[in-house]
Design a protein around this ligand. Sequence first.
Ligand code: MN
Length: 245
Amino acid sequence: MTTLFISDLHLEADRPDIADQFLRFLETEALNADALYILGDLFESWVGDDDPNEHYAWAKQALRQLTKKQIPVFFMHGNRDFMIGDDFATETGITILSDPTIIDIHGDKVLLSHGDAWCTDDVKYQAVRKMARDPQWQTMMLEKPLQERIAFAAQARAASLAHGGAIGAEITDVNADAIRQAFVEAGVEIVLHGHTHRPAVHDLNVEGQAVKRIVLGDWYEQGSVLRWDEDGPVLSALQRQEPAR
Ligand code: MN
């Protein structure tokens, strides 16, 4: 049986093509999986589980359909949807994992993360991340009216786009030392993450040991999935089909 890993779908109301492909994926391949792991940025933005936005309703329902059929779904926060909380988990039946988490899959120990915490060259981003992941800051945000939170998220998104455009590509990628440290501290031979939108399998050497860093791709132009069965992990692109609905 196969375990599936995806990340960085960045679902949003004006990208029905991504929504359609994700739904199709949940209704077909995911139904036959051992488990589904979503390693962050499922949504382009999330301002709180109390957001009645209809665009999120179908996604919650689709995840619920899967967990109802006893397919375990695990979710890790990304830098866009870190405000997903316990109500979302209860509504959908998913399990929220802390970042990072070590899992055992077919005898391999794997370190899972969204990946943004390892982008340590981007000092400005790390400062924003530190603030936004602080439980006190999150509580303060959730006490604000929904409209205010939506406006704040839109502003943060625009600032993030401007910041990303202003710095070099190597700054927004993971830092090699941060990755090396992660391998050593976790004592694993495989690290799996998303966030950078640079799908690849990197063969590395950490302290004399051959290790692998697997990076999931985003779903902007096509899907990206890592399928892991008893023969090991395979990273694949999912072609976008014409929407049927
Ligand atoms: Mn991300």
